[in-house]
Design a protein around this ligand. Sequence first.
Ligand code: SF4
Length: 385
Amino acid sequence: MQPARYEKSISRTDAVRFIEAVGELLREVLREAQALRHTRTGNVITYSRKVFIPLTRLCRDRCAYCTFAREPKEPEPFGLTKAEVLAIARTGERAGCKEALFSLGDKPETRYPQYRQWLQRQGYASTIDYLRTMCELVVTETSLLPHTNAGVLSEREIEQLRPFNASMGMMLEQTSTRLLAPGQAHYRCPDKIPDVRLKALEAAGKIGIPFTTGILIGIGETPGERVDSLFAIYELNRRYGHIQEVIIQNFRAKAGTLFEAHPEPDLLEILRTAATARLIFGPEMNIQVPPNLSGDNYGSLLSAGINDWGGISPVTPDFINPESAWPQISALQAVTRQTGYHLRERLTVYPEYLRARRWIPDALRSRAEQWLDQSYLVNSEKEGR
Ligand code: SF4
């Protein structure tokens, strides 16, 4: 393998050229992306064994591609009960999961009075209060490490959740304000205003929690806007160092949504975007593309210099993309091996953030250490257990 030539971040001009590369330039971009990944992790590709907990599917936003968010349906409840959360978490625990991914809509109490009243009757002051209680429950009653994906959060809200979350996440998606206009992907979505999301990412940086973010591609952005979104993440990470992973997620059209006929990015577009992201972020960043959104072709995504497949659940579906089942972990292992790489299980927190002690509360850190080997990945004897 030739040493990577783009050791430092590339310019915006080059990034725009690379994200649309064809022919020899495309081959060069992919080669460089692979070389940078090799500098970082050799031939190791990681994933996190997780259980997915969809705490509430109510949301105040109306993204044109979403099937996760639902209208409140009577009779109650409007979210999972403690018993349901624990039952899901314990199923995951028995299946060897280490991560409990809490996923929920954005600030539903500001849109639905019946949900607000339901929260009050349960004794919760807000969705964040409800979420914090459930994260604490999982930490107290199981061996799992919670990772929360609750949309836009303030510094105060992140502080509230931090003692019971090893890491957190929120996709930036795109920084283009054009996508807020009528007919566009983020019309009537106050939490998709780019500045609001950038502020939330900054809040996570100020607090210093390992944070997962990324871009959603193919929702109406131009190649240049896509590059701008990647550079916005790059800049925040340059200032705070808290971005542990950048996800390149491709839009999938879902029946019954406003975007059901919207064209999906093809494999080439995903490859070019992921490889350009690798060239922007260099060897230091973890770059992930979900394997369940590219059909049977997902093995070829490794040619774009990615080093992670993200969270895979052996027990719960992908509630965000329910039409796209996660591959079996044994199949993921086989595909990764056939492509010349070695699949390893990681925790929700990446090794570099576990190694530097300041990023995670001590109690969660000790919990994580029971599974780790010297590389801060899951000890092979404890994988899937
Ligand atoms: S994608 Fe997220 S923010 Fe948008 S409507 Fe769905 S749950 Fe809400």
